[in-house]
Ligand binder design. Sequence first.
Ligand code: ZN
Length: 133
Amino acid sequence: MKIKNIEHIGIAINNLEESIPLFEKILGVKCYAIEEVKDQKVKTAFFKIGETKIELLESTDPDGPISKFIEKRGQGVHHIAFKVENLHEALKEMENNNIQLIDKEPRKGAESLNIAFLHPKSTNGVLIELCEE
Ligand code: ZN
């Protein structure tokens, strides 16, 4: 699969209100977008560093995936997102290489990207998101 760049790194946090000013201090740039992704039960905040974004993820639902992640592992890095040229083909290729997919078909993510996740069970515990513009 042809990866163009690291599109973003997703970080699970408890509270955007507290974490946005913290990451503005750390990264030296202002948060440029806050967006709710109902589908994933998250509110996201974005920062841009060169070609790569930092995506903070706050859960909007105690049963949502981010709440469960924080319960188990605490706040921290949640996923890495790679931008690919052709998401459909990339998913086919991963499947053919016996990489388990969470999303068999692309779906809409934040920043109006098409996204799909690979299962961390088959990627040494790293949650990988593939996305395409
Ligand atoms: Zn993401």
